[in-house]
Ligand binder design. Structure first.
Ligand SMILES: Cc1ncc(COP(=O)(O)O)c(C=O)c1O
Length: 483
């Protein structure tokens, strides 16, 4: 245990993170040995002059980083630190909003990513074996026989009540109070994001985003003639509250914030609870709508599920979007929006865009959820994703050039790697494409000329030796490009 028990100070109010970092250093340096017991929560709080809840949060944070484990009735114990590279630092995007233009890189990227002959290291296309396809097929067959008439009818635009109810129940478990009547079922999360963005903003409006961000959000902003304002973002704690506060002080400067607070794409960052609450309050006070993408919220590797921002929304200013694409059934294209005070507008936009979402698959998923299988599926999936994060982390540490930095995701589908500045990952993308290996260059995830030395890995594979070989190949090519 670190002997130093100074009073901890934190500039950003994240005292637990400061305490966790302090303990993590002690584990990495060997001051706390593998298998050694850490102080109880109470004595940790006393020693460091912090509250019990700060001490608990610090231990949870270390559990998430897999540096300690809780053993029932015995306390917390130090684990063997994994090989880990330094983390990337907070991004520093330019402060002005800008129009987005789709690059030829994006066009080339989407042409490659679902080719069956490539080894996919980059695109977030989960391996089909990660999902209970057979069970869903049986349920769907049953539903289709029982409700055959549904195939011959137009359905209501907001979705099937049975699924809307299942989604609302799940929301309640995650701290959100919305009724089934507030849910609009969509064709995947992308449609939900699209209709929500169109409901809150118009051409010329400025939309704030994490930086780097999910490229489809940038493309949506481009296609609607809006402007993107990228906000500095930390790979671990997500969007900078201070930077967002500064960027939105002028009334009307920003119309909406599009954000993935839980295990964002491409950084995998997790916005701390205190910051979520603050964001919800700040946006409400300044008339900025929050479009919250919670697609990865169920995929935490350890600890409790993070509560969506929607859990603190009392006025309907948060438009929650999600889907079953990354957790259960990508092929059904089922998502949803809970658009709060923008409900009516979203219903109209959904009708204009796609009229309604196919009802039979909705009913199949609703029955699957009612059968209680979803939690088991999530547990299995989280284990696969976190195991892949460990494997990729170790391989990158072994085979990538010196000076490489890498995130340590606490959930979700991605791992972000920053190579030394002189290695251009767009060149790397084209070199690897010739070898049948698909990578995701950092330049895709911004509207500005940055992240040219970064790549994003997917964690959604069924692990096999071909991934090991492909990662080593990317590492070797990167070393060559850096010479
Ligand atoms: C943050 C985020 N939102 C939405 C999506 C797409 O969701 P869906 O396939 O349900 O439309 C993705 C897919 O990669 C994503 O990363």
């Amino acid at each position: 245990m670190p002997r130093m028990t100074t009073l901890l100070q934190s500039d950003d109010g994240l005292l637990y993170a400061t305490l966790a970092d302090h303990l993590a250093q002690a584990i990495h340096s060997g001051e706390v040995r593998t298998g050694e017991r850490l102080p109880s929560v109470r004595s940790l709080a006393t020693r460091y002059h912090v509250s019990i809840s700060t001490a608990v949060q610090a231990y949870r944070h270390l559990e998430n980083q897999r540096l300690i484990e809780a053993r029932p009735k015995s306390g917390y114990f130090a684990l063997r630190p994994r090989v880990s590279l330094p983390e990337p630092t907070q991004s520093k995007p330019p402060q002005a909003p800008r129009f987005v233009t789709t690059s030829t890189l994006f066009v080339d990227y989407i042409k490659t990513f679902d080719r069956p002959d490539v080894v996919n290291l980059g695109a977030l296309l989960p391996d089909p074996t990660l999902f209970p396809n057979e069970k869903l097929a049986r349920i769907l067959g049953n539903v289709a026989r029982r409700q055959a008439r549904l195939a011959g009818a137009y359905s209501g635009g907001v979705g099937e009540d049975q699924l809307r109810h299942a989604i609302a129940l799940r929301g309640l478990e995650n701290g959100c109070r919305f009724g089934a009547g507030e849910v609009v079922v969509t064709n995947g999360c992308v449609e939900a994001l699209n209709v929500c963005l169109r409901a809150v903003a118009k051409a010329g409006d400025v939309i704030a985003l994490e930086s780097p961000t999910y490229f489809i959000m940038l493309q949506m902003i481009e296609s609607l003639g809006m402007k993107a304002l990228e906000i500095p973002t930390h790979p671990r704690t997500g969007i900078s509250l201070e930077a967002f506060d500064l960027a939105t002080q002028k009334k009307g400067a920003v119309r909406a914030l599009m954000i993935t607070p839980s295990f964002s794409n491409p950084l995998g960052s997790l916005v701390p609870e205190a910051n979520r609450r603050a964001l919800v309050q700040l946006c409400e006070a300044r008339g900025i709508a929050i479009i919250e993408d919670d697609i990865y919220g169920d995929l935490h590797f350890t600890g409790a599920r993070p509560l969506p921002c929607k859990a603190w929304d009392r006025t309907g200013n948060v438009l929650l979007c999600s889907s079953f694409s990354k957790t259960l059934v990508p092929g059904y294209r089922l998502g949803w929006a809970v658009p709060g005070r923008y409900f009516e507008d979203v219903v109209v936009l959904k009708r204009i865009g796609s009229v309604f979402t196919a009802p039979l698959t909705q009913l199949a998923v609703a029955e699957y959820m009612e059968s209680g299988g979803f939690d088991h599926q999530l547990r299995k999936l989280r284990k696969t994703l976190s195991g892949n994060a460990d494997r990729i982390g170790e391989l990158v540490a072994e085979t990538f050039p010196e000076g490489t930095r890498m995130t340590r995701p606490e959930g979700g589908y991605v791992q972000w790697v920053e190579l030394p500045a002189k290695i251009n990952t767009v060149d790397l993308f084209y070199r690897m494409r010739e070898l049948g290996i698909h990578t995701s260059p950092g330049a895709l995830f911004t509207s500005t000329p940055r992240f040219k030395n970064a790549i994003r890995f997917t964690l959604g594979m069924e692990w096999s030796r071909k991934f090991e070989q492909a990662i080593a190949r990317v590492g070797a090519t990167a070393i060559e490009l850096g010479k």
